[in-house]
Design a protein around this ligand. Structure first.
Ligand SMILES: [Zn+2]
Length: 130
């Protein structure tokens, strides 16, 4: 099998939910909104480099993004709809943040992978078919 890809991971490929190296292989398993495939065959590497690899994506990417979106929604509610009552003013941003966190899952994982591959290039140990 070919060695792990040596080209730099591309952010645009990651944002399109494609392999950050070749940009051809979809990251998501066919028919799934959240679950990633096993790896990229042409580039020959596993998406999940170690057990629990994407756990950090949930907290460091999704939580941060959803928190920012909820704070923006909260600011908007206080600015434009402060007369609506405390429960509405606080509840709508909280709900918005939760929905945003769920919808952002694939991009959070993809960006996590892009950052990891940029900081820690693939090695022989990451090969799909050694
Ligand atoms: Zn690839």
């Amino acid at each position: 099998m070919s060695p792990a890809p040596q080209n730099k991971p591309n952010l645009l490929h990651a944002l399109r939910l494609r392999c950050p190296h070749c940009g051809k292989t979809p990251l998501l398993k066919s028919g799934s909104f959240i679950e990633f495939g096993v790896g990229c065959q042409p580039c020959n590497y596993n998406y999940e480099r170690e057990l629990g690899y994407f756990s950090g994506a949930s907290w460091m990417m999704n939580y941060a993004f959803a928190s920012i979106m909820a704070m923006l929604a909260g600011g908007y509610m206080v600015w434009k709809h402060s007369e609506a009552g405390d429960l509405i003013v606080a509840g709508i941003p909280a709900l918005f943040g939760g929905v945003t966190a769920f919808l952002f899952i694939p991009w959070g994982r993809s960006l996590w992978m892009w950052i990891d591959h940029t900081l820690h290039p693939l090695t022989e140990a990451d090969q799909l078919n050694p």
